[in-house]
Write a protein that binds this ligand. Structure first.
Ligand code: GLN
Length: 558
C-alpha cells in the first residue's frame, strides 16, 4: 500500500500484544485471522508487527522439504522462515526480520551456547526459567518500536512442543498490565449431519488452554458460515467469556477478504477497547480503504497460467499463487492456475500446456522434474507463450537455450549433472567450501542493475531493483560470450552474476535468478508477474478473436 496513515498512539508507552493460539486442529488459518486483525489495526493508524513461533527443533525452515510446512519464505535479511511470515508481510505491508520467527531450535541453540560460555554461573539450566526467559526476550525485542505485536503460536494447544511457549506467554501476561495483552484462541466449529454448529470441540480446547493457566479473552470460531447467535452464546457460557468476545471467521472465496469479514464482526473495535487505545485510533471515516478497494477489484478477464513444478501442494508455491493474485488485482483479472506436474512433461508430453496463456517454472532443488521443466521452457519459447522462470526456472531457461539454440549438447547445471560437458549453470564460487546446508546459500535482498531499453527496464521502470535470493548455483561466466547473441539477453546483472534474462522477438519471456514472488503485495504487485499476466491476457484476447473469426466463417458457410 503506498500511503499509510500516521500513528497517533505513542508507542513509547509500550507495545500491546495479541497472543494467538489454535485449538482442535492445525491449518485453521489462525495466521490469516491474526494478520487480518493486524491489517485493520494498521488501517486505524497503528504500527503493527508480528512474531511467528514454530515449536519445531529446526533452527529455521531453510532445510525443510516443502511437503512439511509448505514453501520456505525468504525475508529481506536472508532469513529462511515459515510461510506464515509471508502472510504477515503481505497483509501488514511490512518487511520483517529473521528474529520475527522464533523456533525451538533457535531458542535452545542460544541457551545451550550461553551455558557452554558459562553465563549461567553454575546454575542448573532449565526450561523454566531459562528457555521461557529467552522466549520472552525474543518477543519483546521483536515488538520494539511497534504499537501492536501479534504473536502466533504454531501448532495446536496441547502439543508437547508448544508447552514452553504457552508457559512463556502466561508469564509474559503476568508481567504486563492487563490492558497490554490480549489472548485470542482460534478454534474449529464443525457442523453436525443435520447442519447444527457444534461447540464441543471448542469447549474441550478452551479447557486445555485453561489447564495451562491461560484464559482466552477472545474466541474466533472457524466454520463454513458465520456463527449463529446461539452458538456464540453457548461458547461464551462454557468458555467463560462475554458473548461479544466470540467472533466468526467463516470461509471466504479469497483470504484477502478475511479483514473485511473480521471488520464486519467488530473484532478490531473489540481489540482497541481492550487495549484502551480506541481514542488513539483514527475515526472510522478516516481509516484507509485502500485494502478493500484493492482486494475487491472487479475482475473482467481471465487467464490460465500453468505452474510447472514438482510438489503437488499449493502451499509449496504459496508466494507465487499470491503474486499472481496481486497481479490480477492490478489488471482486473482472474488467474486460473493450472498445476502441471513437471515429470509428466519429460519425453515431450506437452499436451498439458496446450491452450494455456502463460507458463511459470518455479524455483526448486535437485534433479527430479528438471527435464520436464526444460521441456516447458522449450514449449513457451517455440510457441510464443508468455513465460516466467524463477530461480531454478531461470536456470532451466539458460539450459534449454544452450541445448536447443546454441547446440551445446548435454548442457546442464552442475547441481543435477556433475559430469555434463557444458555446465552452463555452475556453483557460486563462494559456495565451494560450504559444507553445512542450513542458512548457507546466497540469501536475501541484493541489488540487480537493469539495462535500459529492455523488457526488464520497462517492467521495473528503473535501472535497478532490489529482490530476494535463495540459490547456490548461477550462470557460468565461461559461457557468457556464447549466450550473448541476437536473441537472448541478460538484461539484469549484479557484478559478474546474471540476474535477469529475456528473449527478443517473443511476446514475454523473462527469467530471474532472484525470487520476485517474495516482495509482491496486494496493491504493490511484483513487476515480472504483472508483465506475465498482461502478456497472458493479450494472448487470451487473441485466441478469443480467432474463435470469433472461426464462428463467423461457419455462419457464412452454413
Ligand atoms: N537449485 C538452484 C540453486 O541452488 C535453484 C534454487 C532455487 O530455485 N531457489 O541455485
Amino acid at each position: 500500500m503506498p500511503t499509510e496513515p500516521d500513528t497517533q498512539y505513542d508507542s513509547s508507552l509500550g507495545s500491546k500484544f495479541i497472543f494467538v493460539t489454535g485449538g482442535v486442529m492445525s491449518g485453521l488459518g489462525k495466521g490469516i485471522t491474526a494478520a487480518s486483525t493486524g491489517r485493520l489495526l494498521k488501517n486505524a493508524g497503528f504500527d503493527v508487527t508480528a512474531v511467528k513461533i514454530d515449536p519445531y527443533l529446526n533452527v529455521d525452515a531453510g532445510t525443510m522439504n516443502p511437503y512439511q510446512h509448505g514453501e520456505v519464505y525468504v525475508l529481506k535479511d536472508g532469513g529462511e522462515v515459515d510461510l506464515d511470515l509471508g502472510n504477515y508481510e503481505r497483509f501488514l505491508g511490512i518487511d520483517m526480520h529473521s528474529d520475527h520467527n522464533i523456533t525451538t531450535g533457535k531458542t535452545y541453540q542460544h541457551v545451550i551456547e550461553n551455558e557452554r560460555a558459562g553465563d549461567y554461573l553454575g546454575k542448573t539450566v532449565q526450561i523454566i526459567p531459562h528457555i521461557t526467559d529467552d522466549i520472552k526476550r525474543r518477543i519483546r525485542e521483536a515488538a520494539e518500536g511497534s504499537d501492536v505485536c501479534l504473536v502466533e503460536v504454531g501448532g495446536t494447544v496441547g502439543d508437547i512442543e508448544g508447552m514452553p511457549y504457552l508457559e512463556a506467554l502466561r508469564q509474559f501476561a503476568h508481567e504486563e498490565p492487563e490492558e497490554n495483552v490480549l489472548f485470542v484462541h482460534v478454534t474449529l466449529v464443525p457442523y453436525s449431519k443435520n447442519g447444527e454448529q457444534k461447540t464441543k470441540p471448542t469447549q474441550h480446547s478452551v479447557k486445555e488452554v485453561r489447564s495451562i493457566g491461560l484464559q482466552p479473552d477472545v474466541i474466533v470460531g472457524r466454520s463454513d458460515d458465520k456463527l449463529d447467535p446461539e452458538t456464540k452464546e453457548k461458547i461464551a457460557l462454557f468458555c467463560d467469556i462475554e458473548t461479544d468476545a466470540v467472533f466468526s471467521n467463516p470461509d471466504v472465496e479469497d483470504v484477502y477478504h478475511v479483514p473485511l469479514v473480521v471488520e464486519e464482526e467488530g473484532l478490531d473495535e473489540y481489540v482497541l477497547e481492550h487495549f484502551e487505545i480506541a481514542d488513539d485510533a483514527l475515526p472510522a471515516t478516516e481509516r484507509t480503504r485502500e485494502w478493500r478497494d484493492v482486494v475487491t477489484t472487479e475482475k473482467t478477464d481471465t487467464a490460465t497460467i500453468a505452474l510447472v513444478g514438482k510438489y503437488d501442494l499449493e502451499d509449496a508455491y504459496m508466494s507465487i499463487h499470491e503474486s499472481l493474485k496481486h497481479a490480477g488485482f492490478e489488471l482486473g483479472a482472474e488467474v486460473d492456475v493450472k498445476w502441471v506436474f513437471a515429470d509428466d512433461l519429460a519425453d515431450g508430453h506437452d499436451g498439458q500446456l496446450e491452450g494455456v496463456d502463460g507458463i511459470i517454472v518455479p524455483g526448486g532443488f535437485g534433479m527430479r522434474g528438471t527435464e520436464g521443466k526444460i521441456e516447458a521452457v522449450r514449449y513457451a519459447r517455440e510457441n510464443d507463450v508468455a513465460f516466467l522462470g524463477l530461480c531454478l526456472g531461470f536456470q532451466m531457461a539458460v539450459i534449454e537455450y544452450a541445448r536447443n539454440v546454441l547446440g551445446l549438447e548435454g548442457a546442464h547445471s552442475a547441481e543435477m549433472d556433475e559430469d555434463t560437458p557444458h555446465p552452463v549453470i555452475d556453483i557460486l564460487p563462494e559456495q565451494y567450501e560450504v559444507e553445512n546446508m542450513g542458512g548457507t546459500m546466497r540469501l536475501g535482498e541484493h541489488t540487480t542493475v537493469i539495462e535500459p531499453e529492455t523488457l526488464a527496464y520497462d517492467l521495473y521502470e528503473d535501472t535497478s531493483c532490489q529482490e530476494r535470493h535463495r540459490h547456490r548455483y548461477e550462470v557460468n561466466p565461461e559461457y557468457f560470450e556464447q549466450f550473448d547473441d541476437e536473441q537472448l539477453r541478460f538484461s539484469g546483472t549484479a557484478g559478474n552474476r546474471m540476474e535477469i534474462l529475456e528473449l527478443e522477438d517473443h511476446p514475454y519471456f523473462l527469467g530471474t535468478q532472484y525470487h520476485p514472488e517474495y516482495s509482491s503485495r496486494p496493491g504493490e504487485p511484483s513487476p515480472p508477474f504483472v508483465g506475465l499476466l498482461e502478456a497472458a491476457l493479450t494472448r487470451t484476447a487473441d485466441t478469443d478473436a480467432a474463435i470469433d473469426d472461426e464462428t463467423d466463417e461457419h455462419e457464412v458457410t452454413h
